[in-house]
Ligand binder design. Structure first.
Ligand code: SF4
Length: 281
């Protein structure tokens, strides 16, 4: 089988291209940019920089798809494929032809559980294939966004839920890594909608118009602190609060890691057993 990843919430990573541009505080210590500097010349980051196509990606995806039945026999589920760990699927600077080719390949990999992750949720509707909007989103592809603080939660999660409702996306998730502050997912104040939104139950309380509307909710939440040099610390209570919020709504929660070794906060209490947190899916 293909080499698998050490990322606990997936089985494989797939990058059709590498290179990106920083778009928020979660990007400050981007591992992929450091890796680009180290291994491929450091010329693929920023607004004008050309992205680098990964030659082996199509063959890798075909192999995962070929071996998916054996994976299913062994694990009792289809292999999860995380796209993209060293880039962003909905990056403006990527040639549209690359993205179309990538989406075509993903559609054919229908024995995989594809996990798209983006920090650019505002680009999704105009960059997905026209057929996904017209006929329907593929049933084996889900969408995750990165959220690192309350401002991003308020701005981006309502857009994600709106996309889920409009395109019938089979599942949507949050990658809250690196978590930089406490976040309340149950009382979002959207920047583009006049409502207060509970992301975990899908209840929208509109300020004008019908007072309450049920809509799709977030299906899973991953939380992690930052690792690597100069890692910004995550207080255990921020993770604990998100666990409690998810517990209340029954939303699957996965605690990835507490993060780097710098600890200006009080030590982690002995009773916070991160291994005991349930796996997301
Ligand atoms: S979106 Fe992801 S890959 Fe792109 S700069 Fe930010 S952290 Fe790095």
């Amino acid at each position: 089988m293909c080499a698998q990843t050490k990322i606990e919430w997936t089985d494989y990573t797939l990058n059709w291209w590498e290179g990106c541009q920083k778009v928020g505080p979660g990007c400050d210590h981007c591992y992929a940019e450091a890796r680009d500097k180290r291994f491929t010349g450091g010329t693929h980051w920023g607004p004008g920089a050309p992205r680098r196509k990964v030659k082996g990606a199509p063959a890798k995806l075909r192999k995962i798809q070929r071996e998916a039945m054996a994976f299913n026999d062994a694990q009792g589920r289809w292999p999860r494929v995380f796209c993209s760990s060293l880039s962003d699927v909905f990056d403006n600077a990527v040639p549209e032809a690359w993205r179309h080719e990538f989406f075509d390949a993903l559609e054919e990999a229908d024995s995989c559980s594809v996990q798209l992750l983006t920090k650019r949720v505002g680009n999704v509707a105009r960059m997905i294939p026209e057929s996904w909007g017209r006929i329907g989103w593929p049933a084996h592809i889900g969408l995750m966004i990165t959220v690192v603080n309350q401002q991003e939660a308020d701005r981006d999660i309502p857009k994600l839920l709106d996309l889920k409702a409009r395109h019938n996306i089979p599942w949507v998730g949050l990658s809250m890594e690196p978590l930089l502050e406490p976040v309340d997912l149950t009382r979002l104040q959207p920047t583009i909608f006049e409502a207060e939104v509970n992301a975990l139950t899908g209840v929208w309380n509109w300020k004008n118009g019908p007072s309450r509307k049920e809509s799709p909710a977030v299906d899973w939440v991953i939380v992690g602190g930052e690792s690597g040099p100069n890692a910004r610390p995550m207080h255990p209570d921020w993770a604990r609060s998100l666990l409690d919020q998810c517990d209340t709504s029954g939303t699957p929660f996965f605690m990835k890691q507490m993060g780097g070794k710098r600890k200006p906060f009080p030590a982690i209490p002995n009773d916070l057993d991160v291994k005991a947190f349930p796996e997301a899916c």
